[in-house]
Write a protein that binds this ligand. Structure first.
Ligand code: F6R
Length: 245
């Protein structure tokens, strides 16, 4: 049991490989449960899946999706919410049943937070668990928004965003004051319960954290390092992200 490392010829090849895995899963198991990520990394993956839907008849009609995370304190319709991102980039262009789309709420009242997160977690379990989880990796080594200090068995909960993560979101939000300070995220335990996991990392900026996640001791300071304990997890890299391994 060791994490697979695929260094592809370029990011396009990595995207194609992951898209093919998702397509063959959805073709053999039409009611597959997909764990989805946002951020820059998976945008071309969603574009490729939309292309496969349009040109190759790939149907998501019976698929259930769970997104990893959502910012807190902004309306769901905010341009930078993950609800908006997912609809604009993916859901609005495929045949997924809107009732099978799941994201954490973006304005969950403090008093409802515990129940909201527990319901999200329970719904994942009730659907039979995530068959295929897509991940990116943050500069803090986070998967989902499991910032440094998140234990391997943590579940869906509200988390305070690391300052590095907030800085990385400044260009999108237009200023640090506009960047939310917290989010709801699936936990490391939620993610590690997925049957198959594909982490994608592209570009030189990810090289150092990829090396730490794969080659330094497994630690809750880098939640991506926990993937090395998963029986079916793969890192899909381009040559730049793999350049210091
Ligand atoms: C997104 C998420 C994050 C991102 C990570 C990398 O849903 O959970 O872990 O995957 O911050 O973001 P990008 O792809 O923008 O570098």
């Amino acid at each position: 049991m060791s994490v697979q490392i695929h260094t592809h010829a370029d990011r396009g090849a990595a995207i194609k490989a992951v898209a093919q895995e998702i397509a063959s899963l959805v073709r053999t198991k039409p009611n597959a449960v997909l764990g989805l990520a946002t951020g820059a990394t998976p945008i071309p993956l969603y574009q490729e899946l939309v292309r496969m839907h349009r040109e190759e008849g790939l149907s998501f009609a019976q698929v259930t999706s769970f997104n990893l995370d959502e910012y807190q304190g902004i309306p769901r319709e905010h341009a930078e919410s993950y609800w908006t991102f997912m609809h604009q980039i993916f859901f609005d262009h495929i045949d997924i049943d809107p009732s099978r789309i799941n994201l954490p709420g973006s304005q969950v009242p403090v008093d409802d937070m515990t129940a909201h997160c527990a319901t999200y977690e329970a719904k994942i379990v009730a659907t039979g668990g995530i068959d295929y989880q897509i991940l990116g990796i943050g500069r803090t080594g986070h998967i989902g928004f499991n910032e440094p200090g998140s234990p391997a068995d943590c579940i869906t909960r509200e988390i305070h965003l690391d300052e590095i993560t907030r800085q990385d979101a400044v260009p999108a939000f237009g200023g640090i004051d506009q960047v939310p300070t917290s989010a709801i995220t699936m936990g490391c335990g939620t993610i590690l319960a997925a049957k198959k996991i594909a982490l994608m990392a592209f570009g030189e900026k990810k090289a150092d954290i990829v090396r730490k996640a794969l080659q330094e001791p497994i630690t809750d300071l880098i939640s991506a390092s926990f993937l090395r304990n998963h029986p079916n997890a793969a890192f899909h890299l381009d040559p730049e992200a793999a350049s210091v391994l």
